[in-house]
Write a protein that binds this ligand. Structure first.
Ligand code: ATP
Ligand code: MG
Length: 353
């Protein structure tokens, strides 16, 4: 029996609804497999925690997390009470950086049983590899002067190490998929970081002669994602560009509520963190109608990362079966509740296995 210690951080808003749902399903998957056991420990770290303690997580929080195998996170954010930069830098970005989760992997594909909002959707199945540790998201910069003369400077940081790591990971993924990598650039407008990004992309690509490559400016690539998503396989992008592209990816899948993501420590030195693309959705929190599929599909990414791909495939099959049966939450134009979707998936798993 392989035992995995998992730190569960439901966070705020709908995180508290979708994380328990996905944990129940992962427990059923483990039972069916017979050789896996999850040892869950839940932590209340969130904006709610911040309001009581003045910080998003205790100061020894990172050390505590380091002792776990993986982290399963919902979403943090309470935009009305806690400024977004506090919840982001105090928990999410802190965990991603201190645990060196330098790769953000975000698949986007059209599931069976779902209609894309695109006019003429063809099947698409792509994955965005987003550099997760640096780039445009930095705290370097500042404000100068006041009033009419005010100037604000925000610096971006691109290291060769992190850039190359993201690109190599993208090429490795492409080898297991359809051998195609598209790089998101903007070297016609950004004069230092993006030409460097293109240079590293060209260098890394020479080690993968079997992989077809293309470089697209982020504006064109965003449009491409809407008009021809079926032509894309693996996209490699900087932190900001990857963030934007994956929200578009989620939208063309049908709802941000189903989009999965993983923050990977590729060397497996520290735990990785599995966290869906969506946020805490305060507008629908507490109503029992949050779509749990993003969190559940994120659980599949955890299974894949741990080497249980066959269980991951089974879980995706259960998701597609539920969608094809019309059991959908309101964001997918259905009437089902979080609980109904969760139960339907559990029933499918128990019936099939
Ligand atoms: P963040 O800053 O954390 O990315 P956000 O403000 O961009 O958060 P979300 O919290 O993801 O946004 O919500 C965006 C919209 O999508 C909201 O209208 C929300 O209700 C909806 N939404 C997000 N996740 C889900 C879900 N799992 N099920 C249903 N609707 C969702
Ligand atoms: Mg967002």
């Amino acid at each position: 029996m392989e035992k995995y210690a998992i730190a569960a951080i439901p966070g705020d808003g709908i995180g508290n609804e979708v994380v328990p749902a996905a944990m129940r399903i992962l427990d059923v998957v483990a039972e069916i497999h017979g050789g896996i056991q999850w040892e869950w420990t839940s932590f209340p770290w969130s904006c709610q925690y911040y309001l009581q303690h003045g910080m998003m997580m205790p100061s020894e929080g990172i050390d505590i997390l380091r002792s776990f195998d993986q982290i399963f996170l919902g979403a943090v954010g309470m935009p009305n009470l806690v400024p977004d930069h506090i919840s982001l830098w105090g928990l999410l970005i802190r965990i991603r950086r201190e645990l060196e989760q330098s790769i953000n992997l975000r698949p986007a594909r059209l599931l069976k049983g779902l209609r894309s909002p695109l006019l003429h959707p063809a099947d698409f199945d792509l994955v965005v590899i987003r550099e997760n540790s640096e780039g445009e998201y930095t705290e370097i910069g500042g404000r100068m002067k006041k009033g009419e003369d005010e100037i604000v400077v925000q610096n971006a940081v691109f290291t060769r190490k992190a850039t190359e790591r993201a690109m190599r990971y993208a090429f490795e993924q492409a080898k297991k998929r359809r051998n195609q990598v598209t790089s998101a650039t903007k070297s016609n407008g950004i004069s230092h970081s993006m030409p460097f990004w293109d240079e590293v992309f060209r260098e890394v690509s020479t080690d993968y002669p079997q992989v077809t490559t293309s470089s697209q400016h982020i504006d064109a690539l965003t449009a491409f994602l809407i008009t021809r998503p079926h032509d894309l396989d693996v996209i490699v992008a900087s932190n900001l560009f990857g963030d934007i592209l994956t929200d578009v990816g989620a939208a063309i899948m049908g709802s941000i509520g189903i989009a999965p993501a993983a923050n990977l420590n590729v060397d497996r030195k520290y735990p990785s963190m599995f966290e869906p693309v969506h946020g805490s959705a305060p507008d629908i929190a507490g109503q029992g109608i949050a779509n749990p599929l993003g969190q559940i599909w994120t659980g599949k990414l955890m299974l894949d990362f741990l080497g249980y791909e066959e269980m991951g495939t089974l879980l995706l099959e259960a998701i597609e079966f539920t969608l094809q049966s019309g059991i959908k939450t309101p964001d997918l134009h259905g009437k089902a509740t979080t609980e109904e979707v969760t139960t339907a998936i559990i029933e499918y798993l128990q019936k099939t296995c």
